[in-house]
Design a protein around this ligand. Structure first.
Ligand code: FMN
Length: 198
């Protein structure tokens, strides 16, 4: 099996497309992920996990603040994915044009989404190129569009239906992240989660 075929098969394990927001020392940011997973089967101990690449500004913001907000998106929210997932917050304030409020944990909650989940980190796992964050879900809510929430945006739906003019940027961003990850993936550190540092 070639690495490319293996990667295409691995794509079957992608999650719904989520927007993840963070806040550190007064600065807010948002990114997109398709590696979020329910991490608890206990209704009274709701948990989510997600892999965030060290390539992304969000990584350090989440690691240092110990919290994040994960948003399931509606199937019509291509614009949010484009805004948050195609460029880094290192170059601009990506949440400037996105309606949001401050959540109970202090990170931004997007008004428009399918649902949001505020999370406090309880453990992490280093992968070399990324960190898997395990979060306790401390607050949940639906997005503003109560009448027609529709379907949740999946990774497969996004890849199949994104506007054609975005595809080149999407592929280039992915290749850059893959190169960064390839250099670091075998350097797995023993990271002990001792809490937020900001
Ligand atoms: C559909 C899609 C899925 C993505 N999945 C992930 C992911 O699982 N983990 C990750 O770290 N970045 C993922 N990204 C990339 C980040 O969203 C992107 O690098 C973003 O620009 C990071 O912004 P930041 O530097 O402001 O944190 C994804 C992007 C898209 C469009």
């Amino acid at each position: 099996m070639t690495p490319d075929t293996t990667y295409q098969l691995l794509r079957n394990f992608t999650s719904p497309v989520v927007a993840i927001t963070s806040e550190r020392a007064g600065r807010t940011n948002g990114m997109i992920s398709d590696s979020a997973v329910r991490a608890s089967i206990v209704p009274t101990v709701p948990r989510l996990s997600v892999y965030v690449h060290k390539f992304n500004l969000s990584h350090d913001m989440i690691f240092e603040s110990g919290r994040f907000v994960m948003h399931l998106l509606r199937q019509d929210q291509f614009d949010v994915i484009h805004r948050l997932g195609f460029v880094s917050g290192r170059t601009r304030d990506k949440l400037a044009g996105v309606a949001h409020r401050t959540g109970r944990l202090g990170a931004p909650v997007l008004d428009e989404c399918y649902a949001h989940f505020e999370c406090r980190i309880v453990n992490v796992m280093d992968t070399g190129s990324s960190t898997c964050f395990l979060g306790d879900v401390t607050d949940v809510g639906y997005g503003a569009a109560t009448a027609a929430r529709g379907e949740v945006m999946t990774a497969a739906y996004f890849r199949a239906n994104m506007p054609a003019q975005w595809r080149k940027d999407y592929e280039e961003h992915l290749v850059a992240a893959q190169r960064f990850a390839e250099e670091r993936s075998r350097d797995i550190r023993s990271v002990v989660w001792r809490g937020a540092t900001d």
